[in-house]
Ligand binder design. Structure first.
Ligand code: 2M8
Length: 452
């Protein structure tokens, strides 16, 4: 077996908790929402039933209003192993009985994952597709209510854009995108907590700062005080950002959900999902800045654009957009601020543009390259026929993983693996890329045999 494939399978197996997967052995000991979606794609390549269990397990934590929480806590993990712990979130009475969750969400990659898991199963030709389709029928209503919640509770004005109430909701926690909005939050000094995360990385500089954590805790406390009521939060919460990357994932996931609706025996629901996807894309259009060739988030508290130059600017590529915009964005992605930056170890995009003043190659979401983000861009480019750039990204990403293993993120210039060294979602995308590479090689070989 390919050495990277064996390593990736080993990471997933080592992080396996039976029906769900820890994002990493020590740093993240519970189940995370968007990690679970990526991880399920990884499992689908060698254990399809286990892939479905991952998603079922996550959706056990879905709230009655449709929200899929960022974390489903494992009650057997030592208190204090991860902070903030469940009790800090004060979600009892909101989570389903018997399940402990946080009170915020993360980008909705789940329908995209289920769609891909079906494609993986179909390509295996071993009959597993029937089990996947049964799971689609079972999970479809939950996915539909999750998307409905995002399009209403997080977009009450019908702008098409999703509002996030915490940097953790974006998934790109300490991205410079959030700096100004976070700096404006009045810190609640009683809201601080311990930092067990710092002992699980080689250098604390790879993690968010204590000041950022004080603000993260302050925002949690604010949401608790507001009773997690979205209307109250839209009025009074001090951190409200229209997040273009989250919105783009939702648009792409709405399209995937439209296809899943057919499989689930709900063809009547298809048009509604397509309408939702188009609305989200229109929301992104309103955030498009041609002079920057990027989509910008909107700070709804300060009523201004967020000017940091980050991978989030490529949101239209993920959502789907017209050809001119796609080509402009693809050129920028491959260009000197991102994957084509001089001196990069691998030609994959850093999380923040190398020429942005906030670029920091070591610090978490402020510069390192993240395989899952490269995967989203690769997947979208491939979906929309940009096979050349997609394949170039995939090849560079696989080379990076072969050299550095399944680390959480990597230093874009030295290539040094950073963060957790055995990150589940990195292992998952490695497996998906290796499989896509085999398919690509088969197509190339077939074309060569045909003389085409
Ligand atoms: C990171 O975020 C968590 C909080 O959600 C943390 O730092 O403790 C982010 O990279 C996030 O996107 C990811 O889902 C999570 C688990 O991998 O870790």
């Amino acid at each position: 077996m390919d050495r990277l494939a064996a390593e990736a399978i080993g990471v997933l197996r080592a992080n396996d908790r039976g029906t769900w997967t820890r994002p990493s052995p020590r740093l993240y000991p519970h189940q995370w929402s968007w990690d679970a979606a990526f991880v399920a794609i990884g499992w689908a390549h060698f254990a399809p039933e286990r892939a479905l269990a991952e998603l079922r397990s996550l959706f056990r934590g879905q709230w009655a209003d449709g929200m899929v929480p960022q974390i489903v806590f494992d009650g057997s993990v030592a208190l204090g192993a991860y902070e903030p712990r469940h009790r800090t979130w004060a979600t009892a009475g909101l989570c389903p009985p018997g399940v402990a969750t946080s009170g915020i969400c993360q980008p909705p990659v789940h329908a995209i994952a289920l769609h891909r898991i079906r494609a993986i199963a179909a390509a295996r030709c071993d009959g597993t597709v029937a089990a996947v389709e049964a799971a689609i029928a079972e999970l479809y209503p939950r996915l539909a209510s999750w998307h409905r919640w995002l399009h209403t509770a997080r977009d009450p004005d019908g702008s098409g854009l999703v509002t996030v109430f915490h940097p953790w909701e974006s998934g790109l926690d300490n991205s410079p995108r959030w700096d100004e909005a976070l700096a404006a939050v009045a810190v609640d000094e009683n809201a601080a907590g311990p930092r067990p995360d710092l002992v699980h990385v080689a250098d604390p500089a790879q993690r968010p700062t204590d000041d950022e954590y004080r603000r993260y805790h302050t925002l949690v406390r604010s949401l608790v005080d507001l009773g997690y009521d979205p209307s109250a939060a839209h009025r009074a919460h001090p951190f409200r950002l229209a997040d273009v990357l989250f919105t783009a994932v939702l648009a792409a996931a709405d399209d995937a959900l439209a296809d899943l609706a057919v499989v689930a025996g709900r063809p009547d629901a298809v048009d509604g999902h397509r309408v939702d996807a188009d609305l989200a894309r229109r929301g992104l259009d309103a955030c498009w800045h041609p002079d920057r060739c990027a989509c910008l988030d909107r700070d709804l508290v300060a009523d201004r654009w967020v000017r940091a130059d980050t991978v989030a600017g490529f949101a239209p590529l993920i959502a789907g957009c017209d050809r001119d915009r796609r080509e402009a964005l693809a050129a920028r992605l491959a260009g000197p601020s991102f994957a084509g930056a001089p001196g990069l170890r691998w030609a994959v995009p850093p999380s923040t543009a190398v020429d942005d003043p906030a670029f920091d190659p070591c610090s978490y979401w402020r510069g390192p390259t993240w395989p899952v983000i490269t995967w989203l861009l690769w997947w979208a480019l491939d979906r929309d026929g940009c096979h050349g750039l997609a394949e170039a990204l995939r090849t560079s990403a696989v080379a990076q993983l072969r050299a550095g293993g399944c680390a959480e993120y990597a230093h874009p210039i030295t290539g040094e693996p950073l963060g957790s060294t055995a990150q589940s979602w990195t292992a998952a995308v490695a497996l998906d890329w290796l499989d896509a590479g085999t398919a690509e090689e088969r197509t190339t070989a077939a074309r060569a045999a045909d003389g085409t």
